[in-house]
Design a protein. Sequence first.
Length: 252
Amino acid sequence: MEKDTTILRKRLNELATKAFQQNRYCYTPFLDLYEQSIYQEEYTTFHYVTSHLIGGHPYADRQLVCFGCEQLFGYLEEPPIACIKIEPVSKKFSDDLNHRDFLGAIMNLGIDRSMVGDILISENVGYVFCLEHIADLLTNSLSKVKQTVVICTHITTLPQIEMKYKEIKGSVSSCRLDSIIGLAFQLSRSQAISYIQGKKVFVNGRLIQSNSLLLKESMTISVRGLGKFIFDGVDGISKKGKQRVTIRKFIS
């Protein structure tokens, strides 16, 4: 892990330097949450070139880093992200397809995980974000997900996909990170702390290792292996002096 982190830090700096010296946009592959946290730590070292994360949709978990901007380079460029729509040829005879099914079918083509971003699913249709240069491979080679025959189409406009979530209300002694995670995933305080200390908790894309962090309204919290939710803030105070809070936990 430490070796991979060192390599990523080096690569980020190389891309930032290349973008600045050659006056052209440079991009990483898709990064997971931990890799994005490394980028966040290195962000101040790229002061000479603007950079930002982008994943193809507002709540993207997997995102790439774009180095460069119109103000610096004098021109705009669309990031190399394509969206592939994967739908059953016959919905009537389709399997019930989930995220793992779509990802497994893509990985079976020999495509590296870093080439693929988020996979959104709506009504048994998958919308896969990927790097542009593998879009044709996906559309031409992917013909089956599980036992379901599918057709793949490169789309330029993502349809309106409603992000599904479960609203959870509860009372906590404070809006500390460990308390809110415990409420979201029905964990004890010690269990919540173990996830935080295990480097599995990210707040607004940043790795957090302090369980005492006080959450603020609209923060997005991701816990690797459990899921993601938005903290909607405090609704009031209970008779026992506890804070009544609301969160929205995303569901697939």
